[in-house]
Design a protein around this ligand. Structure first.
Ligand code: SF4
Length: 318
């Protein structure tokens, strides 16, 4: 670390509009209703953010049975299966839905295509909560959505002769997805693409930015948690460019790296990583005399309105 001369912070990095909205929602729900406010699933995949909300009175649960009747519960940014809304209503819970509008868009696409008689193939990571919510939208139709996560899983699909469309998780790597889409088109020649790409603007922008960053540095540090899909994709994209790249969540993780022969470090952050995490790591690196620069790749100005339920509850309180 002693030799690090330059730190380059790339923009955009860190919080996306969906994560910003979800965190704001829990914070405001705590202000409006007081603690505790229940949160179904880790509101965003970042340990630091979740801990800070827990300190303010949020209680993270994985099932709605854990939420006492009549309580306020925030649904996470990743989206929820339709059964959870029904279950919450039956139990008299006051739901504030912080599902990112760009995830909701994919849920709505499921309905639109199933109503028109399509089979759906979903490109996503097995077991990821976002995909589970999207695929559950098919249950009321008595249908299943095929999940593929690799070219070999495409080969294992049955032959689909009728109308078919693919949808994707919002946080995938663009090149990896392109390979799967190519395999899908070979396997199912009539497969259609969604009208607008499902991989979201924040994922795309951060991947383009880290690619550019990786071309001019010795090492890329991606600030984020191990279970953050988009953070892991950023590491992959930096490595695709030939850079050494590491996912780090805190200063301790940086201290464990061998940076002895590194002069220039590039830093980005996943969409669920707060700027405070980035700052603690840059402050640590700058203690050795490194200079900080910024690399602006894309300007972002996206902001989502608060969940409607929060707006109504806020008005009802005033
Ligand atoms: Fe929404 Fe994209 Fe952020 Fe996910 S990464 S919360 S889809 S803006």
């Amino acid at each position: 670390m002693e030799k690090v001369k330059k730190i380059i912070l790339v923009a955009p990095r860190g919080f996306c509009a969906g994560v910003d909205r979800a965190v704001r929602t829990v914070e405001e729900a705590l202000e409006v209703f007081g603690a505790p406010v229940y949160v179904k699933h880790r509101i965003v995949h970042n340990t630091t953010v979740v801990r800070s909300l827990e300190e303010k009175g949020a209680i993270i649960v994985e099932t709605l049975e854990e939420v006492p009747e009549g309580s306020v519960v925030v649904f996470s940014a990743h989206g929820s299966p339709p059964e959870h809304y029904i279950q919450a209503k039956k139990r008299g819970l006051r739901v504030i839905d912080a599902t990112c509008p760009l995830v909701t868009k994919v849920h709505l696409e499921v309905h639109r295509y199933l109503k028109r008689g399509y089979e759906i193939v979903y490109i996503g990571h097995r077991g990821h909560i976002e995909g589970e919510g999207v695929r559950a939208e098919a249950h009321p139709y008595g249908k299943d959505i095929f999940l593929v996560d690799s070219v070999s899983s495409v080969e294992a699909l049955p032959s689909i002769l009728g109308k078919c469309v693919y949808l994707t998780q919002t946080t995938l790597s663009i090149p990896e997805t392109e390979g799967i889409i190519t395999a899908l088109r070979e396997k199912i020649p009539n497969i259609e693409s969604p009208p607008i790409q499902d991989i979201c603007y924040a994922t795309t922008n951060r991947q383009v930015a880290v690619q550019k960053l990786a071309q001019g540095v010795d090492v890329v540090l991606v600030v984020g948690s191990a279970d953050s899909s988009n953070s892991n994709r950023l590491v992959e994209r930096a490595r695709d460019e030939g850079a050494k790249a590491y996912l780090v969540e805190n200063v301790e993780a940086v201290q464990e790296l061998d940076l002895k022969n590194v002069e220039t470090i590039g830093i980005t952050a996943g969409a669920s990583a707060p700027e405070s995490m980035v700052r603690s790591i840059t402050d640590h690196l700058k203690q050795g005399g490194a200079q900080e620069e910024t690399l602006n790749v894309i300007q972002e100005s996206m902001r989502f309105a608060d969940p409607l339920e929060l707006q109504y509850m806020r008005e009802a309180k005033t």
